[in-house]
Design a protein around this ligand. Structure first.
Ligand code: BGC
Length: 445
């Protein structure tokens, strides 16, 4: 049952990946057809990221008030509409409007899906279940690269956008059959329904879990003020800093600009660069499978530490690759290896573990709100990095740009080492209790 739930809900992640990835191929043809200026191109690309930050700001309050499931359904319907509007757009204004709608829906879905999954899953497999959403994100990115490749002809952009309506419709319909989050039901005082859901998903411990959720709720207060209270300041800071670190270490320069980076390295044909980009997408997806398998076995901290250490080394190599003669075969080889291993290490650590951490570490009454805050920071930083990458390359040069990301990555290692708690195998209620008792080094032996 829980796996069926996860596969349907993770379509939200697939759309996250698809809709953020598809634009990279589409923009080339939009530019020709509408005669777009660079400014207009930048708006069309980045409006979705800005929309995501705006959507995320409202998503938490909405998910706490109306429930996680209805909000995911609304975002799916918005994505169907947005895909059709952009797919059929007769003018630049329609494109921008459609991208803004898609972005807002993605921003909300990006954290409400992991939130819903973490509240449904039994503690022993929660890491894998929540990270299926990250797996779907990577699958969506890969799919968008393949679709862009398949429709790479004038006018093909209509399909690149419109096809997003298919998984969005399946998500909207599929979610209507799934139960509400039992934890949200308890928070709204709907105990009978909560018990039924818990029985359906993990019957053996249902009554015990219900008591645990009720018990832990009785110690909690809601609201923004509570989030800033001394007891919760630390988890709030962890979510916000990890959100920024996930982006300032540069992942989306690779996801959005991989063909450009491969061209820097001497892959002369656009086709060669695009094929190499598909290779990046495949590495991203396959390595995420390793994370899914390990995350409830070795824990979140170890994956994160190995992941960011590997990213740091790969970024150093990548920068060094650009020091040698531009366009030589060695540069091409070093860049390709550096990029692939960088993406692989992101996929086993910072990729899944960020979304999982923010879905696990907050008490129920402020969970939606706190995840909202961290997600706004994530999308805003994503936007900033995307907007500054090419200027940074002009300003600092290629090696130093990647080394700058390496410095942030090394910072992520220290931050993880010192502050990220191990939450493997604990129930959400055990984690809450820990913070509410002023815990410092939870789970870190
Ligand atoms: C990040 C995205 C990124 C993706 C790549 C996600 O966890 O939030 O910004 O594009 O991973 O796989």
């Amino acid at each position: 049952m829980i796996y069926v739930i996860a596969f349907i809900c993770a379509l939200s992640g697939l759309l996250f990946g698809y809709d953020t990835g598809a634009i990279s191929g589409a923009i080339l043809y939009l530019k020709q057809e509408f005669g777009l200026s660079s400014g207009q191109q930048e708006i069309i690309v980045s409006i979705a990221l800005a929309g995501a930050a705006i959507g995320a700001a409202f998503g938490g309050t909405l998910a706490d008030r109306y429930g996680r499931r209805p909000i995911i359904i609304v975002t799916a319907v918005a994505l169907v509409l947005g895909s059709l509007v952009t797919g059929l757009a007769p003018s630049v204004a329609w494109l921008i409007g459609g991208r803004l709608l898609i972005g807002s829906a993605i921003g909300i879905g990006s954290f409400v899906a992991p939130l819903y999954l973490s509240e449904m899953a039994p503690a022993s497999v929660r890491g894998t279940i929540v990270s299926l959403n990250q797996f779907a994100i990577t699958g969506g990115i890969l799919l968008s690269y393949l679709v862009d490749f398949a429709f790479a002809y004038p006018g093909g952009w209509h399909w690149m956008f419109a096809l997003g309506a298919v998984p969005a419709s399946v998500l909207a319909i599929g979610m209507t059959f799934l139960p509400s989050s039992p934890r949200w039901l308890v928070m709204r005082g709907r105990l009978k329904e909560a018990r039924l859901v818990l029985h359906r998903i993990h019957s053996a411990s249902a009554n015990l879990e219900l008591d645990e959720i009720r018990n832990s709720l009785s110690h909690q207060k809601a609201g923004f003020g509570v989030l800033l209270s001394p007891l919760l300041r630390r988890p709030l800071m962890i979510g916000v800093v990890l959100a920024a670190l996930q982006q300032v270490t540069g992942i989306n320069t690779v996801i959005y600009y991989a063909p450009t980076i491969f061209q820097f390295a001497g892959f002369n044909s656009a086709q060669g660069a695009i094929l190499a980009t598909i290779g990046v997408g495949i590495v991203n997806t396959l390595t995420t499978v390793i994370a899914l398998w390990l995350i409830d076995r070795v824990g979140r901290r170890l994956l994160l530490l190995v992941g960011v250490a590997g990213m740091t080394l790969s970024l150093i190599v990548l920068g060094a690759g650009f020091l040698s003669n531009h366009g030589s075969p060695e540069t091409g080889r070093i860049t390709a290896i550096g990029l692939m291993s960088y993406v692989g290490f992101f996929a086993i650590g910072l990729g899944p573990v960020f979304w999982l951490t923010i879905a696990e570490i907050y008490p129920l009454r402020v969970r939606g709100l706190a995840m909202s805050v961290a997600t706004v920071v994530n999308w805003t930083t994503n936007l900033l990095v995307a907007l500054t990458f090419l200027s940074l390359v002009d300003l600092l040069g290629r090696p130093a740009t990647f080394w700058l990301y390496a410095v942030f990555s090394a910072g992520a290692f220290v931050f993880t080492w010192r502050l990220i708690p191990e939450t493997k195998g604990k129930t959400l209620e055990e984690i809450e209790t820990h913070w509410l008792h002023g815990g410092e080094t939870y789970g870190i032996e």
